[in-house]
Design a protein around this ligand. Structure first.
Ligand code: SF4
Length: 315
């Protein structure tokens, strides 16, 4: 999230963040939140690089990489990972990745999992409309920091001054689509257990698919389907979920985002925003403010041993 020069830029992850803990989002906006690259996120980043490499080869040269090239790419990604681990560039979450070697094994497994379970679905597709790691940044709407009174509107019309409207905030939504092909968005997830991703949960809570479907609608004029591809870390388990967005889903998503945007602009960042709800397990696993002992949030009975020392990353 970024708010400057009258433009509020939001990313779908900001929306997930706002729903889970508005205060953490405020800290990110003010720059007070220490946001290191986490180990599990880096497994995902390396896997995305592998997939991107394969898809660009197929799109640009109309062939998939040869087995030696695939192995070479995995080796490169593992060496990069080892370097980041050795250089202490990665925040080692408790209970996530136990060692540098385990991380390397997870990267290889996730790449092979995608190659074996996911890639065959794209074998016969025409590559002309493929979008790979596609950035978007679109105007969503305008908001005023406060409601304008009737009298002010009268003054504005009479004096032909529209100062307050000129000071309004533009809301923009941006993000990166992993892969678009044949009227469908594909998103790669490397998670702990693929089986935990159920369609009903996505339909009830997910916002990413609707944001991305809206972005393609802006660009190509139709609402695409959205497929989550889940590749479980450390196993060959694979699962996909198809989310079919409707115009109503997209309109509701836009209203939710505009209401968050209004809240952000109206409240400002001086005062604390609400913390995550009591049933949200604040944990050092996903909140560095918690890990640094700066916020305890709600009491965490589940992972009491989570306290980690981040000082080595903050030199
Ligand atoms: S510890 Fe909990 S309440 Fe505090 S900032 Fe982190 S997620 Fe929010």
């Amino acid at each position: 999230m970024k708010y400057e020069d009258g433009v509020l830029h939001l990313h779908q992850s900001d929306l997930c963040n706002l729903r889970m803990c508005p205060e953490q989002t405020r800290l990110k906006l003010t720059g007070e939140y220490f946001d290191p690259s986490g180990d599990s996120a880096m497994i995902g980043t390396q896997t995305h690089s592998f997939i991107e490499f394969c898809l660009f080869k197929r799109k640009n040269e109309n062939i998939w990489p040869e087995p030696e090239a695939l192995q070479q790419k995995v080796d490169e990604l593992q060496v990069e990972w080892a370097q980041m681990w050795e250089d202490n560039q990665i925040w080692q979450h408790p209970h996530q990745i136990e060692s540098m070697e385990q991380g390397q094994a997870f990267i290889e497994q996730a790449c092979l999992n995608w190659w074996a379970n996911c890639r065959p679905a794209f074998d016969d597709l025409d590559t002309t409309d493929w979008l790979i790691e596609h950035d978007f940044d679109y105007h969503l709407g305008w908001i005023n920091a406060r409601a304008i009174t009737k009298a002010e509107i009268g003054d504005m019309i009479q004096n032909e001054t529209f100062g307050d409207f000129e000071n309004r905030t533009e809301v923009r939504l941006r993000g990166q689509i992993d892969f678009f092909a044949s009227a469908c968005i594909n998103d790669w997830k490397t998670s702990k257990a693929a089986s935990g991703y159920n369609l009903w949960k996505l339909e009830r809570y997910d916002i990413q698919s609707y944001v991305y479907a809206w972005a393609i609608q802006q660009e190509l004029g139709f609402i695409p389907n959205f497929i989550y591809h889940h590749m479980a870390r450390g196993t060959d388990e694979y699962k996909f979920n198809l989310v079919e967005a409707t115009q109503a889903n997209i309109d509701a998503m836009k209203q939710e985002i505009m209401s968050w945007a209004q809240t952000i602009v109206t409240m400002g960042t001086e005062q604390e925003w609400p913390k995550g709800p009591a049933d949200w397990w604040c944990s050092s696993r996903w909140c560095s403010h918690h890990a640094r002992g700066l916020c305890v949030g709600s009491v965490n009975q589940i992972f009491p041993e989570d306290a980690v020392n981040l000082t080595r990353l903050m030199k």
